[in-house]
Ligand binder design. Structure first.
Ligand SMILES: Cc1cc2nc3c(=O)[nH]c(=O)nc-3n(C[C@H](O)[C@H](O)[C@H](O)COP(=O)(O)OP(=O)(O)OC[C@H]3O[C@@H](n4cnc5c(N)ncnc54)[C@H](O)[C@@H]3O)c2cc1C
Length: 439
């Protein structure tokens, strides 16, 4: 099956699962009749709850999905569907109220029956999850705190939503609808078991140890890991893994990093990491010998894909050079001769990560490197400012349609590149973006 067909099949299955309660209602109906508005309101609530529960799928990092879909896009869809599910669930009590104003009594959380209170708790949790996710930065919520709140609220939505649904027990009273919801809950529980139990157990059986930490530039280190008692991991250049160091493999929090070493070296993993917060700032303090759990690889970029064969253009900003180092080291080890152009944006000469490595790789590959520095001090030949359309046009051939673009860096850089690449006539199918921000 082609990647595209696989993708379409997954989307179809995902849609069927989300709309399962509605499908069951339309096919089997109810033994008694109710008003159209009541049916509509309840079905919107059902689909909203089902959609909220199935948000576990995009965030569970299932390998077979990660092979097919771009992870950045998966997280974007996750955000859109989460907001949509909040809206659907919100519309549910509004329609009920407009249809029958007498139910206003149920809006008092102190006097409402338990089955309604459970619904309110689920709804408030859903609203809180949406607000804290959309406005996380404005609310100054650190990633770890936000992640813990997100996990807790997800649990609350599912548990209280289901209590509301089964306690009200009108629409869920029929056998087909009960079976549909039991199936949905079983899949949600399975997702939680995969991410919280099965994957950590697999990671526990395949630990790594820190062999050394190399300081590249101030506050950027390359972490070199060796497999501890196993053969190591196969990954593709351009892929990422989630890691945690010196904590239990069952910990809730782990951080994503791109592999930065050659994909051909099986018994060593390298990650090049910039200090950006609590976890990443600790890398420079590692002494060697610490245990590291690596969950991966993830990501669907492949140097074997035909589109990349005619020529690869790489756009990197700062630490966004990490996966590109992996791509270059891998191609050098393969003695690959495809034309390569790297546009690398850094602050100044002192902040170019792995400058010496890149210079060496220039000799081994058909590689042109264009350093673009914000504040150059004249030590190397470079362009000044940010990577711009003019700079891209200056170094790229006139015929660009057959080139493949791999860009990696912070979100503002990826956004800034979008119009440039569009103006150069590069189709979206020929662009792979690795955004270093997911939430
Ligand atoms: C797919 C991907 C690949 C990445 N590859 C690299 C790399 O090769 N080298 C590198 O230096 N950085 C990389 N990053 C960024 C790196 O993950 C964050 O800088 C790091 O996790 C920050 O964690 P912290 O605890 O130090 O800082 P915090 O202050 O906790 O977080 C700073 C920011 O990092 C992001 N972040 C933190 N934890 C996570 C997480 N578990 N999942 C998603 N985002 C998170 C959030 O946007 C957060 O606001 C990558 C990010 C992503 C999404």
């Amino acid at each position: 099956m082609t990647k595209q067909n696989k993708g379409l099949s997954f989307i179809l299955i995902y849609l069927i699962l989300i709309f399962l309660p509605l499908l069951v209602f339309l096919i089997f109906g109810l033994p008694y009749t109710r008003s159209f508005w009541r049916d509509l309101s309840v079905m919107l609530g059902f689909v909203g709850l089902s959609m909220a529960g199935f948000q576990l799928i995009p965030t569970t990092r299932l390998s077979f999905l990660a092979d097919v879909f771009d992870m950045g896009k998966v997280y974007k869809v996750h955000h859109i569907l989460s907001v949509l599910s909040v809206m659907l669930v919100l519309v549910h009590p509004i329609i009920l109220l407009v249809n029958n104003p007498n139910i206003l009594l149920l809006f008092n959380p102190f006097t409402a029956p338990w089955r309604t209170q459970a619904g309110w708790i689920g709804l408030v949790s859903l609203l809180l999850i949406a607000i804290t996710s959309v406005y996380r930065k404005e609310m100054h919520l650190g990633y770890n705190v936000w992640h813990a709140i997100h996990t807790l609220l997800t649990f609350s939505i599912v548990v209280f939503g289901l209590i509301h649904l089964f306690k009200v027990n009108y629409y869920s009273a029929t056998l087909p609808m009960r079976i549909a919801w039991i199936l949905e809950v079983a899949i949600w529980v399975m997702m939680i078991a995969i991410i919280r139990v099965i994957k950590p157990l697999q990671n526990k059986r395949h630990p790594y140890v820190v062999q050394k930490v190399i300081t590249e530039v101030p506050n950027v280190w390359t972490l070199v890991l060796k497999p501890d008692g196993h053969a190591g991991m196969h990954f593709n250049a351009g892929q990422v893994a989630w890691i945690n160091i010196n904590t239990s493999p069952f910990t809730l929090h782990r951080n994503p990093f791109s592999f930065s070493g050659s994909a051909l070296i099986k018994d060593e993993l390298r990650f090049t990491i910039k200090a950006l917060g609590d976890f990443s700032a600790t890398i420079g303090n590692l002494k060697g010998g610490e245990t590291v759990y690596v969950d991966g690889p993830y990501g669907n970029f492949s140097l074997d894909a035909d589109e990349t064969k005619e020529g690869l253009v790489m756009l990197a900003g700062g630490i966004g050079i990490a996966p590109i180092l992996s791509i270059l080291h891998t191609l050098a080890a393969q003695k690959d001769r495809r034309p390569l152009t790297l546009f690398y944006g850094s602050y100044d000469e002192e902040n170019i990560i792995c400058y010496a490595d890149i210079e060496k790789l220039k000799k081994e590959l058909a590689l042109t490197v264009v350093h673009v520095l914000e504040k150059p001090t004249g030590k190397i030949a470079c362009e000044k400012g940010y990577i711009s359309q003019t700079i891209l046009e200056k170094y790229l051939p006139t015929e660009k349609q057959n080139l493949f673009f791999f860009q990696c860096g912070p979100l503002p850089m990826i956004k800034a590149m979008q119009p440039h690449l569009k103006n150069l006539g590069i189709s979206n199918k020929r662009i792979h973006s690795e955004e270093y921000e997911m939430a």
